[in-house]
Structures are given as C-alpha cells and as structure tokens.
Ligand binder design. Structure first.
Ligand code: NAD
Ligand code: IPM
Ligand code: MN
Length: 357
C-alpha cells in the first residue's frame, strides 16, 4: 500500500475549518483507493505567534522538509500585521523549497453561476501559472530614516533570467498538454527593465514551441479581458504579483474564492510542494461553520494528483462536480443555506455513491 507523509498546517481563521473538511474527504478517498496519508499536524500561525512572537519554531522549515507534501489552510489575523504573519510562515516556505510554480485553475463548474453574462459551464477553463519565488515578492528592500518625516521605503523586484525562463518554459509545456494557447502578462510599457526582460525571454522560449499560439498582454488589459472575454484564455503565465491579482479575478468569474484551488510546486523531487487554496483566513466568517470547504477540498485533489494518486484525485473532483450540480448542500457564498460540514458530508456521500454505480 502506498504511504505518503503529509505536513498539515491548518493556520488561521477558516483555514482550520476547511482543512478539517478536506482531511475528512482525503481520508475517504484514500480508504476507497487503498493508500495511506500519514499526517503530521503543525499548529503554527497567529496563535503560535501570540505565545512565541514567531509564526513557527526556528527549525520549522527543517521539520517540513521531512514531508512529501505540505497541506496548508490560510494564514492571517486581523490583530497582527500581515507582513509579519505571511513573511513569517507562508512566503519562506514557498522560497525555501523552491516552489517556483504556482498553479491556479479557474474553471466554471456545472451548477455554478458566473457573475458574467453569456458564459456557460465549462466555457471558462483557465490555468494561471504564477511565478512564485521572486519578482515583486523577492523580499529585498528596507527603510531609511525609519518612521521619520524623511522616511524612505525601498521594495525591489527581482527578476532573474533563470527564474523567468523556467516559469515560462513550464507554461509552454503545460500549454502543449492543453489547447496549445499561452498568454504572457507583463507591464513592460511602464517597467522597462524587469518586464522587458520577461518579454524578451518569452519570445526566445516561444521559438522552441512553434505549435503553441502565443499572446502578450499588459496586466491592466488582461484584468479587463478576464472579465470581457474570459473564454479566450487557456494557459496564462504571469509574475508573482500580477498572478496573485489575476487569480482573484479568475476566482470571482468562476464562482468565487470558495472554489479556487492552488498548488505551489517544486520541481526538485527532494523538496515538498505545498497545497493551499487561493483564499485567505476570511476573518469575517471565521469560526461560524460558514466557509465553503470546496477550494480546500479541490486543493487536496491537486495534492493527490501531484503524489500520483490520480484516480483518487478524480474521485474528489467528480464528487465536487456532482455536489455543485445538484446544488442542495452549498454554502452561502454560492447562494445556498448549508454549513461547511453539511457541504463536506455531501461530497463524501458522492464519493461513495460512485463506488455503487
Ligand atoms: P480572504 O480570501 O480571506 O477573504 C476575502 C473574502 O472572500 C471575504 O469576504 C471572505 O469571507 C470570502 N471568502 C474567502 N474564502 C472563502 C470561503 N472558503 N468560503 C466563503 N467565503 C470565502 O481575503 P482577505 O479578507 O483579503 O484576507 C484575510 C486574511 O487572509 C489577511 O490576513 C490576508 O493577508 C490573508 N490571506 C492569506 C492567504 C493565504 O494564507 N494563502 C491568502 C489570501 C489572504
Ligand atoms: C495568495 C495570497 C498571498 C500571496 C499573500 C497572503 C501573501 O494572497 O496566496 O494569493 O499574495 O501570495
Ligand atoms: Mn492572493
């Protein structure tokens, strides 16, 4: 029987609720498909910070390196500045394990209403490939004359040729497996160094993929076109910050953050990849059993595909699609009246119905 070691960080706010749901679903599909997930739970995050003034222990990254994958809920607490929580836990994990690919699908599932007119199920099917370890998130900079009236803040974006090329090449390979269309997003009209390098590398790499139809868009135009003509997009590659922003739009046009899965992938087999939904800790609904667990559950399916358990991953996706289609047990963000646990139980019910058919 295949065994996998999974480090679980439920984190803050709704993170703990949706991770609880997703683990229940993962347990059912692993039972059904005859493999075992060995979880190690790490209670790191904002509560840990209140006690220790750190988001994780000093050897936290070392502990995580023992796992095959990391399954994370969300990080962020209204009483702690976000740059402390996120730079104390989430972002160092992405960097330490070289999880340079962030995969974010936006799919309009059956039964889900897009806020856009004239789009039907399946007609939006986009994967954003977000560069995940450098660019605008490089964490390079500092303050001068801190907290004086002469204060200066420097925040430097770092675009390496190697980092740019590998994310672009990854996207071309992905486009090859899909509808052979790739859109690159930059802002090279205003950012005349980093984004010009990106455009140049994109053009160079495209020569190796003559079968792929390519397009380059400025980020502002891309935001507009995600809303105006989302059906035109297939694979989209973007820098760290632009990918972050674009994937919230991608989520909203396909039913919201409650459905948006995400994976931070390392191509180094010795490093764990990390699976966490696109959404945050949602303090406005936390602790009320109101969160939509589907984003975290689909993120679990993404983790299983990454581990090679494709049948189990598909079992999850099919059960989610059936739950969305029949629409009886959805949470309020999707117009339903169900609670987190009712939606979770319905997905589990569909997982076992599949066996009987
Ligand atoms: P958010 O994603 O937490 O919430 C935005 C809105 O979407 C809220 O109204 C929330 O209720 C709703 N929402 C999000 N997920 C939902 C779900 N599963 N079901 C139903 N509704 C859902 O973004 P925010 O409010 O900007 O950020 C809150 C905190 O989370 C901040 O501290 C932020 O820094 C952090 N954050 C963390 C991550 C992460 O850990 N990966 C991602 C984004 C934001
Ligand atoms: C996301 C989040 C994070 C990011 C924040 C919380 C640092 O918004 O995963 O989309 O920008 O990467
Ligand atoms: Mn984001």
């Amino acid at each position: 029987m295949n065994n996998y070691n999974i480090a679980v960080i439920p984190g803050d706010g709704i993170g703990t609720e949706v991770v609880d749901s997703a683990i229940k679903v993962l347990n059912e599909v692993s039972k059904k498909n005859n493999f075992k997930l060995n979880y190690k739970f790490y209670e790191w995050g904002s509560n840990y910070y209140f006690k220790n003034k750190l988001m994780m222990p000093k050897n936290g990254l070392e502990l995580l390196s023992e796992s095959e994958s990391i399954f994370l809920g969300a990080i962020g607490h209204p009483e702690i500045q976000d740059h402390l929580t996120l730079n104390g836990l989430l972002l160092p994990i992405r960097r330490k394990f070289d999880q340079f690919v962030c995969i974010r699908p936006s799919v309009l599932f059956p039964g889900v209403n897009s806020p856009l007119k004239n789009v039907n199920e399946g007609e939006i099917d986009i994967i954003v490939v977000r560069e995940n370890t450098e660019g605008e998130y490089a964490n390079v900079g500092g303050f001068q004359y801190h907290e004086t009236e002469d204060e200066i803040a420097l925040q430097t974006a770092v675009f390496t040729r190697k980092g740019t090329e590998r994310i672009i090449r990854y996207s071309f390979e992905l486009a090859k497996q899909r509808s052979k269309k790739l859109t690159s997003i930059t802002k090279s009209n205003a950012q005349g160094y980093s984004m010009v390098l990106w455009d140049r590398v994109f053009n160079e790499v495209s020569v190796d993929y003559p079968e792929i139809e390519t397009n380059s868009l400025l980020i502002d135009a891309a935001c507009m076109d995600f809303i105006r003509k989302p059906k035109d997009f297939d694979v989209v590659v973007a820098s760290n910050l632009f990918g972050d922003i674009l994937t919230d739009i991608g989520a909203m046009i396909t039913g919201g953050l409650g459905l948006a899965s995400s994976g931070n992938i390392s191509l180094n087999k010795d490093n764990p990849s990390m699976f966490e939904p696109t959404h945050g800790s949602a303090p406005d609904i936390a602790g009320k059993n109101l969160a939509n667990p589907i984003a975290q559950i689909l993120t679990g399916a993404m983790m299983l595909s990454h581990l090679g358990e494709n049948k189990a991953a598909n079992d999850i996706r099919e059960a989610v699609v059936k739950t969305l289609k029949n629409g009886n047990n959805l949470t309020s963000d999707l117009g339903g009246t169900s609670k987190t646990d009712q939606c979770t139980n319905e997905i589990i019910r569909h997982i076992w119905i599949q066996t009987k058919n």
